[in-house]
Design a protein around this ligand. Structure first.
Ligand SMILES: O=C(O)C(=O)C[C@]1(C(=O)O)C=C[C@@H](O)C=C1
Length: 277
């Protein structure tokens, strides 16, 4: 029997990350799930305590999950898969008039209209499960933003269902592992996406437009582009890019060869495109 793959994800149990990790794990013969209390800790579990980590990378409304993108700059990891799951929240409370609301930092942005109606302080947490735990431990009138799928086993004085600002709320997750472990073989009939980072090591006017022109010239379609501050000085940014295609496609190879003449490029991985029909 093959040894079980150790999958790290955000805990305690009940997070959307756990749902994503379980969905990812369906393709593995054997796995064990390990929970960590913050996204940074999930990624740090690689490689000693986990083989694969499943983390959120983008919410359809809130955009990219910055701590995850920033980890890729500091510590190269390989993205091996992506999956998207629907995200629905409720506001639950132990009192009709809560004096504070526990909300995970990404969840807060997805439920801003509902939260602003309560006009009480928001206490940021590291996960949606932690929000629920803190509410259960609270001796004061409090509320929490919690995943709809966690409501079952609990009873509350006050519940408001479906509080996301946009009805169609979804978060995209990636499965990552240490780079260079095994070659990801390209499967025929699979539509791929590739993630990469352009490291701004020689800042100059027109840096971004030059790179975009290279992608355009080779007809490489970009599906995401975010800039993240380098933390070195104002005005200096790294670029996280996702594009259609596999890193071995001739167009992507040619584009990256040209871009690498000017800036460092880190290819984070090519993986099946979850959005492809
Ligand atoms: O706290 C959770 O339930 C998570 O899995 C984290 C997370 C995130 O950080 O994006 C995942 C999905 C939602 O977008 C909100 C929170």
């Amino acid at each position: 029997m093959k040894t079980a793959a150790r999958i790290a994800t955000l805990g305690p149990a009940g997070t959307f990350s756990e749902l994503a990790a379980l969905e990812y794990a369906q393709q593995l013969p054997n796995y064990t799930l390990q929970y960590y209390p913050a996204l940074g800790r999930v990624l740090k579990a690689l490689p000693d305590d986990a083989d694969i980590a499943v983390v959120p990378i983008e919410n359809i409304v809130e955009g990219m999950v910055s701590p995850v993108i920033d980890t890729f700059v500091k510590r190269p990891l390989e993205i091996i898969d992506e999956l998207s799951i629907p995200v629905r929240f409720s506001l639950v409370a132990n009192h009709d008039m809560p004096t504070k609301i526990y909300a995970q930092f990404v969840a807060q942005g997805q439920c801003s209209e509902c939260l602003s109606r309560y006009n009480v302080p928001i206490m940021n947490t590291a996960s949606n499960s932690e929000s629920l735990q803190l509410l259960e431990q609270s001796r004061e009138p409090a509320a929490a933003v919690v995943p709809e799928h966690c409501l079952g086993e609990h009873s509350f004085v006050h519940v408001e269902h479906d509080i996301t600002d946009y009805a169609h709320n979804e978060t995209r997750f990636v499965a990552v592992r240490m780079p260079g472990l095994q070659e990801s073989l390209r499967q025929p009939q699979v539509t791929y996406k590739t993630s990469l980072l352009i490291i701004d090591d020689t800042d100059h006017p027109g840096l971004l437009v030059e790179h975009l022109q290279v992608f355009a010239a080779y007809r490489v379609n970009l599906t995401s582009l975010v800039s993240r501050p380098t933390g070195q000085k104002f005005g200096q940014y790294h670029f996280y890019i996702e594009c259609e295609g596999h890193r071995d496609d001739s167009a992507i190879r040619a584009a990256l060869t040209l871009i690498q003449l000017r800036n460092k490029v880190m290819v984070l991985g090519s993986y099946p495109d979850a959005g492809a029909a």
